[in-house]
Design a protein around this ligand. Structure first.
Ligand code: ATP
Length: 586
């Protein structure tokens, strides 16, 4: 029942199709049960030697069997359609819902889970709607129809069958619980072995460097031994579980025979009738034992259904009822902003204003919340207190489309589509001319990458841009931002991608972007910091320590001067000289 409710929930407004499919499955189960039940009057008529009555009952049986064949055909066709509909609907519902979720929801692990849910989960749930719901409904209905028949022939045997059915359900449940707990332990042991194998493979350089060249790796050996133990116990538990439901079926049958014989001995029932009824009672247990066999598949389908509904139940990013339009194009402002990740306060009372067309550098120790500020500007999350304004309007009062139209994001985790380099840049402004695309690529330093690649612009970059280096991916991302020409650019200067050639292009691109847009940059290079119109210095507690230009902050001493001293001494003369040059040029 829980599973059918789960299906109805995910089908949403299209649940009507499920009702139709269920009605046919119930109809088929009913006719199937009836065809079994008709064997009793036929047998009785034959025992009585009333061949005319037997023939009449046979005709009724033939009609029921015919109708049952039709119902079987229709419900089988419907179940196939139901499976395809469920899969299609699930893809649509997941897709529709995911585009409304806050960007902060899409963490690396979630993206992995979602791809698993969207591919494997939806297929499993879709096919389950046909392969599991059908036997569930058909077998339950035919078992109930047989019980109703037994009531008609002898109410006492009917009561015994009903009680037997309850016993059988309880035995099946106990057996399922036994098997499920064994499966859960096996699953946990499997995950542990998987992790240890990955660790073993990843640790090869370290293990070899420290002279461990053999195949023995204690954590993996331990995990394998544990898996073997758990596996053995699980096997016993499965055997015990299967025996429990098998014994349950035999016990119910034995109980029914005992009640029947007892009634026959007491003269309450004719022995001939008893034989016919017991024949039916024996059939009654077969749908129930078939149901028991589906237990494990039902549990798996239930788990997949739960995973899908947990995504569908994640609250969407609230959209304003009356979206406001931008009032100060290109202006960015944080006003008294506080923000926490679950269980951890990251920003506290952060305020600063970035005027249109200026460049603001965010500096501060690792973990001080620089990336979080850029995420709040793009509304990956909503603030706990204060206001984030982009274009003069609270980001919560703008439609997502309006906010996103104002922003270009150049973040460290650039994602490229598995398409050509050309298409990956063009996505920045799908209507841009070819000349604009080439110009943006030249400024971002992408042209030299294109020239190096054998297929040039038509090179496919692989899934996630795997065919390009980190620095090259960053250049694609910069070219997209240049092409989009948004009023505000959020730029994270990735430290990892800063080889000298890349550094030159990044600096040129930031200058170019700063000429046309408001740039908020998480600055790692000292030359970028000195070139900024305004520097926001964050403390390790996520508060704003100071704001101002490089000269103002240096004159005031304090944390910024310390930061500067540390960075210049850590980077050595080369960087210091370059920074000085940039200073002179700025
Ligand atoms: P860095 O210079 O090292 O990139 P940062 O100043 O950009 O650091 P943030 O990435 O904003 O700092 O992170 C601020 C704090 O929030 C860190 O302590 C980090 O561990 C934590 N944090 C970041 N993202 C999440 C998240 N999705 N969930 C929970 N905590 C997070």
């Amino acid at each position: 029942m829980t599973m059918i409710n789960g299906f109805l929930r995910i089908l949403g407004p299209e649940r009507g199709r499920m009702y139709g499919f269920l009605a046919w499955a119930v109809g088929y189960g009913l006719l199937h049960g009836l065809s079994m039940t008709l064997l009793v009057p036929i047998s009785l008529a034959l025992f009585d030697g009333d061949y005319a009555a037997a023939a009449r009952w046979l005709v009724v049986l033939a009609v029921v069997v015919l109708l049952s064949a039709v119902a079987h055909y229709v419900q089988a066709a419907q179940s196939m359609r139901m499976a395809l509909t469920t899969m299609r609907l699930l893809h649509h519902r997941l897709g529709d819902h995911m585009v409304t979720l806050p960007l902060g929801w899409f963490t690396r692990e979630r993206v992995g889970q979602v791809s698993q849910i969207a591919v494997k989960g939806t297929t499993f749930v879709g096919t389950s709607s046909a392969h599991l719901v059908t036997p569930l409904v058909v077998n339950t209905t035919s078992a109930l129809t047989v019980v109703a028949g037994l009531f008609v022939f002898d109410w006492r045997i009917g009561v015994a069958a009903l009680a037997g059915g309850v016993v059988l359900i309880l035995a099946t449940r106990a057996s399922a619980a036994l098997i499920a707990s064994a499966e859960a332990r096996t699953h946990a042991a499997e995950i542990e072995v998987n992790s240890r194998v990955i660790e073993f493979a990843r640790c090869q350089p370290v293990l070899r460097a420290f002279g461990r060249t053999g195949a023995e790796f204690d954590p993996l050996t331990g995990a394998l031994a544990e898996q073997e133990q758990v596996g053995k116990r699980a096997l016993w538990a499965s055997v015990a579980g299967m025996m429990l439901s098998g014994v349950g079926v035999q016990a119910v049958l034995g109980g029914l025979i005992t009640v029947g014989v007892w009634l026959a001995v007491g003269g309450e029932i004719n022995p001939v009738t008893l034989v016919a009824i017991l024949g039916l009672a024996a059939r009654f247990t077969s749908p129930l034992s078939e149901l028991a066999e589906y237990g494990s598949a039902m549990r798996m389908a239930g788990a997949e259904l739960d995973r899908i509904t947990s995504v569908l139940d994640t609250p969407a990013l609230p959209e304003p009822a009356a979206p406001q339009s931008v009032s100060k194009a290109g202006q960015v402002e944080l006003d008294g902003v506080a923000f926490s990740y679950p269980g951890r306060r990251v920003l506290e009372d952060v305020s600063f204003v970035a005027a249109p067309g200026t460049m603001t550098a965010l500096v501060g120790p690792s973990g001080s919340g620089k990336t979080t500020i850029t995420r709040l500007l793009a509304r990956f999350y909503d603030v706990d207190a204060g206001v984030v304004r982009v274009g003069g309007v609270d980001v919560r009062d703008q439609s997502t489309a309006e906010l996103m139209a104002q922003l270009s994001l150049v973040f460290q985790d650039v994602y490229l589509f598995d398409d050509t380099l050309w298409e990956n840049v063009r996505i920045g402004a799908p209507n841009a001319s070819d000349d604009d695309i080439r110009e943006a690529a030249r400024t971002a330093g992408l042209q030299s990458v294109v020239d190096r690649l054998p297929a040039g612009w038509q090179t496919r970059v692989g899934e996630g841009g795997s065919a390009l280096s980190g620095g090259e991916r960053q250049r694609v991302s910069i070219a997209r931002a240049l092409l989009k020409n948004a009023p505000v650019v959020l730029f994270d200067e990735a430290t990892s991608a800063l080889d000298p050639e890349n550094e030159r292009h990044v600096a040129a691109s930031i200058r170019e972007l700063a000429d046309r847009s408001t740039v908020i940059v998480i600055a790692h290079k000292l030359s970028t910091v000195t070139a900024a119109d305004n520097i926001v210095v964050l403390s390790d507690r996520g508060t704003v320590d100071d704001t101002g230009t490089h000269d103002q902050l240096m004159a005031r001493g304090g944390r910024y001067a310390d930061f500067w001293a540390q960075r210049t001494s850590a980077s050595g003369w080369t960087v210091a000289k370059r920074a000085a040059k940039a200073d002179a040029g700025a």
